[in-house]
Design a protein around this ligand. Structure first.
Ligand code: F6R
Length: 245
């Protein structure tokens, strides 16, 4: 696992975006796994800038997002589909036919998870998976627990995740859903390359556990140590608890 400490989110975004842009320019039909949340937003801005300058086209990529809230429609401003449309896809030439999401409104959750799993396999697998990390060490919505899940599943969100994300729902007078659908740890680990982005003091403990702790489902991100191609981009604050390296 490569850990790169940079000054701030803007510096991180330049390097993370460059990795994605290079991948897409090498293979225009690349399969990219996207994350939502605050962590990748700057990176998505850099990709949009590159698209606007004609340096990259996302027209032929296939996308898979990590997760979606149960019960939210794509039109809901707090759905992750809406987030991606607003923060990246809708501002580039992404082909929405090639955008894949777990449906938060699926009637049969088991079938929906199996469908998503099959879609990822049929695409040939994810070339680059972008990740953030929860303050509790979650990746996607794989919350701390007793084991690592393989494929997509429905999860009851922990209080720590609800505390971190309810502000977005409160802003529009809504209550945050308690359940989400998420890719499993197996889906994430099968990605050929993984980029994790973390910024801010609130992530320092999770980053310490990820980088220096043992591999344990009580810190789901810790499994990334067993993957052969992971780059962790951290700013000084989120790296502040790391020992000398
Ligand atoms: C989002 C996701 C989550 C976030 C994590 C960090 O699709 O899967 O694991 O990456 O909760 O969120 P932020 O970046 O908002 O701190």
């Amino acid at each position: 696992m490569k850990v790169i400490v940079l000054d701030n989110a803007v510096e991180i975004s330049k390097e993370a975006a460059e990795i994605i842009i290079k991948q897409v320019n090498k293979n225009r039909g690349s399969v990219i796994g996207f994350a939502t949340g605050a962590s990748p937003v700057e990176t998505y801005k850099r990709i949009i800038e590159s698209y606007e300058k004609g340096e990259v086209s996302l027209k032929h990529i296939t996308t898979f997002n990590l997760d979606e809230y149960v019960g939210l429609s794509r039109e809901n401003v707090n759905s992750y589909y809406y987030f991606m449309k607003d923060n990246l896809f809708g501002k580039t030439d992404v082909d929405f036919q090639k955008v894949n999401f777990l449906s938060g409104q699926a009637e049969n959750i088991e079938e929906e998870c199996a469908r998503y799993s099959a879609k990822i396999r049929e695409s040939g697998g994810i070339d680059i998976q972008i990740l953030g990390i929860g303050t509790n060490g979650h990746i996607g919505f794989n919350e701390p627990g007793d084991n690592f899940a393989d494929g997509p599943f429905a999860v009851k969100l922990t209080q720590s995740t609800i505390d971190a994300n309810s502000k977005y729902f409160e802003a529009v007078g809504d209550k945050m859903p308690e359940y989400a659908l998420t890719m499993g740890i197996g889906d994430i680990m099968r990605a050929k390359r993984i980029i994790l982005i973390a910024t801010g003091k609130s992530k320092a403990e999770a980053i310490k556990k990820l980088v220096e702790g043992e591999v344990t489902p009580s810190c789901p991100a810790s499994i990334l140590k067993l993957h052969g191609d992971v780059t962790v981009f951290v700013d000084k604050e989120s790296a502040s608890l790391l020992g000398d390296r």
